[in-house]
Write a new protein. Structure first.
Length: 225
């Protein structure tokens, strides 16, 4: 039977393997084992830092989730950012993700945390439904980030257009809330997206530059209609 526990230094290699799976399927991140090891070593075994939970089944680590410590001046309490939620593909649909999430939430509640926040790719409807069924609700806040100094040059490049593009790569999309048109053939001056980037290659937290609607509020637009 799977068991959930706080990760230990001996689990780092297994966690790196899981993070490779996670970052391979996300829009904004690229797997880099040395960086994942460095990050995990800052957390695991450091009782004053953040917390990583792992799911162990038959002697193998098959899932993980991390809680990163923050403080909310609005709540006057510790709060946490939930990250790196991943279960081995072969074991999905067996309740392991729910066990991990429930364990992390219960642990945070017992340790005096007032809120847990998380981010998902804008088009990951499966993840949205999963978190909503576990009591999470959508925020109206918009995410911004800035890479600092030596990391600034390591930003994942947006895929540039090739000489030959399939029809889907030139498909325009319209925001159903305000009517804004995203056209891959044109510069998106509002968000600095170069021409030739098809809609499904946009960063996961990209949103409408006019009304801030998420990507799931866009539909394909046919200029001939």
């Amino acid at each position: 039977m799977p068991t959930i526990r706080i990760a230990e230094p001996r689990d780092i290699d297994a966690c790196v393997r899981l993070l490779h799976l996670l970052f391979s399927q996300e829009h904004e991140f690229v797997p880099d084992s040395s960086k994942q090891v460095a990050g995990l070593e800052m957390i695991i075994g450091n009782t004053s830092a953040d917390t990583v939970f792992v799911c162990e089944s038959e002697g193998r680590i098959v899932g993980m989730v991390a809680l990163l410590n923050l403080v909310s001046t609005a709540l006057g309490k510790k709060v946490a950012m939930l990250e790196d939620m991943i279960v081995e593909p072969a074991l999905r649909g067996k309740g392991i993700g729910s066990q991990l999430l429930d364990y992390a939430c219960n642990w945070a509640n017992e340790n005096g945390y007032g809120r847990i926040t998380l981010l998902t790719d804008g088009d990951n409807d499966t993840a949205h439904h999963f978190y909503e069924t576990h009591g999470f609700s959508r925020s109206s806040m918009v995410t911004f980030r800035k890479l600092l100094e030596h990391d600034a040059k390591e930003k994942t490049p947006i895929i540039q257009p090739e000489n030959s593009r399939e029809p889907e790569e030139t498909q325009a999309w319209m925001c159903v809330e305000c009517g804004y048109i995203y056209d891959p053939a044109e510069d998106d001056l509002e968000t600095n997206i170069p021409p030739g980037v098809c809609f499904d290659k946009l960063p996961g937290d990209w949103c409408c530059p006019v009304c801030n609607s998420a990507m799931n509020q866009f539909k394909k637009f046919d200029s001939k209609l």
